[in-house]
Each structure stands twice: as structure tokens, then as C-alpha cells.
Ligand binder design. Structure first.
Ligand code: GLP
Length: 240
């Protein structure tokens, strides 16, 4: 794992953007794995502004998102479909038919998404990390071999995400569909973004802790091409 501790969230976002740009320069038809949440928002802003200023094109790029809530409509303002449209897809020239975001509510729907994933290889996967070390919606205790599946969200995660639902945990869906850790680990390269002091312990456990299913992100120590990009608050308890 390479770890970069950046001074600010803006620096982190620029560094993450450089990784995306490098991937696109090498292969304009790259396949990107994308995440939602506040961590990659700055990266998506950089991608949009570079597209507008420098004309970097996404017309041949394919994207596969990590996860989506179960039980809310794709057009719901809080859905991850909406998040991606508003933060990225509406403002770049990606072909809508090349965009893939999990949808549906059954394991059969999850299996169908996994089947699509099994036919491609993600060149660059963008990840955030939950305060409990989750990646995608793979909560602590999830098997490292798990593929795309339906997840019961923990109280902890629903509480953390209630900020997007009028701070009302009752409005946060109880389930989600998520790429599994097995699916994520097939990516050629992975960048993990984390910002803020509330992520510091999870970042330390991911980078320095034992590899354990209790900290889903710790499996990334076993992947040979991972770049962790954090701001100084999220990197504050790292040993070196
Ligand atoms: C959410 C998402 C994850 C995300 C994580 C951190 O629950 N399912 O994909 O990486 O939590 O979110 P944030 O970046 O907003 O802190």
C-alpha cells in the first residue's frame, strides 16, 4: 500500500484526480469503479472542472458503482443514482449506456450485477471508508470472499448516513446492494480516500492493523496496487 497524507481535503482531491487522469491517459476506454459519499465529492469536482477546462473526454469510459440503497427509487434525491448524476455524470460526456449502478432489491438482482462485473475488469476503483472500516457497504464481519450481495446496514452506518436523510435515522434505508469484497479485490488498482478525524482510527486499522474481517478495508493490504490518500486529520494516528 502506498499512503499519502495530504495537507487539506483539496490536496487529497487533486491527488486522487491525478490518479484518475493517469488511468485515462493510459487508456481512454478505461473502466472506472466509482463510490458515493462525501470523500470522493472533491475528486468528482476536479474531474468536472478538468473536463470543462481541458476537454478530457469520458465518451469511451465505462463506470460501475459500488453500491445503492434498497427500497428507495433511483430518482429519489438520496439515491446513489441521483448522487452520481448530480456530482459527476450530468457534467461530463460519459455515454449513459456505459454507466452501471446497482439496482433492485433481491439477491437475484445482485447476482445479475455481479455477472456484469465478472465480464469486465475495473482499471481503477475509487473507495471511501466507513468509520467502522467498511468499504462499499461491506460491514464488519462480511466474508472477504463475498460477491455482490444484499446487506443489512448496521445501526452505526445508518446513523452516519442519516445526515443525508434530514438527520432522521428512521428515514435511512435498512438495506443496500453492494459489490462484495471479492468483487472489489479484482480491480487492477484501487484508491482509497478518507478525510476528517472521525476516519482516523479506521484508516489506521486499514493500513497498520491485522487483516481481519472485522475491518473490511484491512483486506486491501493484500492487494498489490492500492493507493491510500487521506488528509492530515484522517492520517493523524498513523504511526509513520
Ligand atoms: C457509505 C458508503 C461508502 C462510503 C462510506 C463513507 O456508507 N456506502 O461507499 O465510502 O460510507 O462515506 P463518506 O465518504 O461520506 O464518509
Amino acid at each position: 500500500m502506498k499512503v499519502y497524507v495530504c495537507e487539506t481535503y483539496e490536496d487529497l482531491s487533486k491527488k486522487a484526480f491525478n490518479e484518475v487522469k493517469k488511468t485515462l491517459d493510459e487508456n481512454p476506454s478505461a473502466i472506472l469503479g466509482l463510490a458515493t459519499g462525501s470523500s470522493p465529492e472533491g475528486l468528482y469536482k476536479e474531474m468536472v472542472s478538468d473536463h470543462q477546462k481541458n476537454g478530457t473526454s469520458y465518451k469511451d469510459v465505462k463506470s460501475y458503482n459500488l453500491d445503492e440503497y434498497v427500497g428507495i427509487d433511483e430518482n429519489d434525491p438520496q439515491s446513489y443514482h441521483t448522487f452520481m448524476n448530480e456530482h459527476l455524470f450530468n457534467d461530463i460526456d460519459i455515454d449513459k449506456k456505459n454507466i452501471h449502478v446497482p439496482s433492485g432489491s433481491t439477491q437475484a438482482d445482485a447476482d445479475a450485477y455481479e455477472k456484469e462485473l465478472s465480464q469486465i475488469t475495473i482499471d481503477l476503483q475509487v473507495l471511501g471508508i466507513g468509520c467502522n472500516g467498511h468499504i462499499g457497504f461491506n460491514e464488519p464481519g462480511t466474508s472477504f470472499d463475498e460477491l455482490t450481495h444484499i446487506v443489512d446496514l448496521t445501526e452505526n452506518t445508518r446513523q452516519a448516513n442519516s445526515r443525508f436523510f434530514d438527520n432522521d435515522i428512521n428515514k435511512v434505508p435498512k438495506q443496500a446492494m453492494s459489490m462484495g469484497i471479492g468483487s472489489i479485490m479484482r480491480s487492477k488498482k484501487i484508491i482509497v480516500l478518507a478525510s476528517g478525524a472521525n476516519k482516523a482510527n479506521a484508516v489506521k486499522a486499514m493500513v497498520e492493523g491485522p487483516v481481519t474481517e472485522n475491518v473490511p478495508a484491512s483486506i486491501l493490504q493484500r492487494h498489490d496496487n492500492v493507493v491510500v490518500i487521506v488528509d492530515k486529520e484522517a492520517g493523524s494516528v498513523l504511526t509513520k
